[in-house]
Design a protein around this ligand. Structure first.
Ligand SMILES: [Zn+2]
Length: 172
């Protein structure tokens, strides 16, 4: 396993539309392991392959991390089948948009299907943090960042703050 650098905005590679995986093989399982390793190293709870520069429809989550237990989950070719009218508001952050936290409104419940790490088709009903994280990570597969859901003013302010933080980091 390898810890890989995570790409940050405004890198154009984050805008790529990720390609579906044809076959969940050893290469995809290795990719998912590298993604988990990279996510844990960066102290995140979700990561899409495109964030480490691999535009394939693979994402990983581990929402149990905050409780100190590891519960890694791998989603290949995830697809939303249904989402609720009811919306939920969560403060989101992103390893590709470091140090920015903003509230984003998304459907509160979703039903999704995906292939697991063994290539088996699974369906999942999700709500709460799991629903939000899955939607956030699935957005990455279509080149969308959580700041793209903000009003233009809030988005401009967030990206300005990010650019300033990156300048400081480079200077320091
Ligand atoms: Zn993200």
């Amino acid at each position: 396993m390898a810890v890989l650098p995570i790409i940050t905005a405004p890198d154009p590679r984050l805008k790529a539309i990720s390609q579906p995986v044809d076959n969940v093989d050893a290469g995809i399982r290795r990719l998912a392991e590298d993604m988990l390793e990279s996510m844990y190293a960066a102290d995140g709870i979700g990561l899409a392959a495109v964030q480490i520069g691999v535009p394939k429809r693979v994402l990983v989550l581990d929402l149990a991390r905050k409780d100190g237990r590891n519960e890694p989950r791998v989603f290949v070719n995830p697809r939303i089948l249904w989402s609720s009218q009811e919306a939920a508001l969560y403060e989101e952050g992103c390893l590709s948009v470091p140090d920015i936290w903003e509230e984003v409104q998304r459907p509160a419940q979703i039903r999704a299907e995906y292939l697991d790490e063994d290539g088996r088709l699974q369906t999942l009903e999700a709500e709460g943090l799991l629903a939000t994280c899955l939607q956030h990570e699935m957005d990455h597969l279509d080149g969308i960042l959580f700041v793209d859901h903000l009003s233009r003013l809030k988005r401009t302010m967030a990206l300005r703050k990010l650019a300033k933080a990156q300048r400081l980091k480079q200077a320091g």
